[in-house]
Design a protein around this ligand. Structure first.
Ligand SMILES: *Cc1c(COP(=O)(O)O)cnc(C)c1O
Length: 329
């Protein structure tokens, strides 16, 4: 087996990110003792979870001598914004293939994409080519022009990208020892599976004793993705580590009305955390996961006496692209 530390990584983040208690938020909810892992503060262009994955992915891009990085996502993709920022850090060009009709307004992540000088290719969801195919076609064109593209799939959720969350799991285990806190649960949003796969693998590798619980931001079966990423991790580490269906905790009750569209309860959750602790979560992932977490406390899934760590995976920049002022009473 390879040592985890032998996997090449470049530094793009400020880690370990802090773990902070949420006393006022916990008191209002009257359930478990809640803490937050500040991965919104990973330090790369307004932060978020993708920065951790990009440390491994761009190390590979550099090793392969690539000069342009391509990735895909929604118009307000945090992953695309952080990929653009990471490309700047290593002197590569970034091309972002984003799904949407057309760009009506440059706001939130989209505005930052342009500030970071990324080239944006918009792919119509009703058009002839899928977003993924459009991305690979673009990569082929670049090769014909003599460039060396590096393609990062959705959310950077490959075995290599997930190494970033193995590293995060180790951080959580080390911090929990240093703080003298035993977390019963680590709760986080899911968008493409890399975060959960990395946390699960990291928990196994470094012997964490918390349960990992993911709340989906999209109506997509993430279990096959997570199992696949688990296999890729095992290959990369030359290890017999394996993620089993029984390891996976996924909840699908809170992604509505649909991916990317803020729900009423998500906005209520965003307000509650902002107004008790001064922390901003995003409307697409963290707000919905937080809304689910709150509801599941009320339903008894997370109980008084337990300690829960909520992973703030970022996403606040999307708030500037959302018309939610009328709901902020
Ligand atoms: C991408 C993203 C997630 C989901 O992480 P995955 O590893 O893709 O499951 C969660 N929160 C935010 C803010 C994200 O941008």
């Amino acid at each position: 087996m390879k040592q985890f530390d032998q996997i090449p990584r470049i530094s793009l983040t400020i880690t370990p990110t802090p773990i902070e208690p949420l006393p006022r938020f916990s008191e209002v909810l009257g359930g478990p003792e809640i803490y937050i892992k500040r991965d919104d503060n990973t330090g790369l262009a307004l932060g978020g979870n993708k920065a951790r994955k990009l440390e491994y992915l761009l190390a590979e891009a550099i090793a392969q001598g690539c000069d342009v990085v391509l990735t895909e996502g929604g118009l307000q993709s945090n992953h695309a914004r952080m990929t653009a920022a990471a490309a700047c850090r290593v002197g590569m060009k970034a091309i972002l293939v984003l799904k949407g009709k057309e760009i009506e307004e440059y706001q939130g992540n989209l505005l930052l994409d342009r500030l970071l000088d990324a080239e944006i290719v918009v792919v119509d969801p009703d058009g002839p080519l899928s977003r993924r195919d459009a991305m690979y076609q673009k990569a082929e064109e670049l090769k014909e022009q003599g460039m060396k593209p590096y393609v990062i799939p959705t959310g950077g959720s490959t075995g290599l990208g997930a190494m970033g969350y193995i590293r995060c799991a180790k951080e959580i285990i080390d911090q929990s020892k240093a703080l003298g806190i035993n977390f019963d649960w680590v709760v986080h949003p899911i968008g493409s599976g890399g975060t959960q796969a990395g946390l699960l693998a990291g928990k196994k590798l470094f012997e964490g004793n918390f349960e990992i619980f993911g709340i989906a931001a999209d109506n997509e079966d993430f279990e096959p993705e997570i199992l696949q990423i688990g296999k890729e991790i095992a290959l990369l580490l030359e290890s017999n580590l394996s993620i089993e269906p029984a390891d996976i905790n996924l909840n699908y009750d809170y992604f509505g009305p649909e991916y990317g569209v803020p729900s009423e309860i998500a906005i209520e959750a965003m307000k509650l955390l902002a107004r008790t602790e001064g922390i901003i979560v995003g409307p697409v992932y963290t707000g919905k996961a937080l809304a689910g977490f709150i509801d599941l406390i009320n339903k008894g899934q997370f109980k008084a006496g337990e300690k829960v760590l909520f992973v703030h995976t970022g996403g606040a920049p999307a708030v500037f692209a959302m018309d939610i002022i009328d709901q902020l009473e």
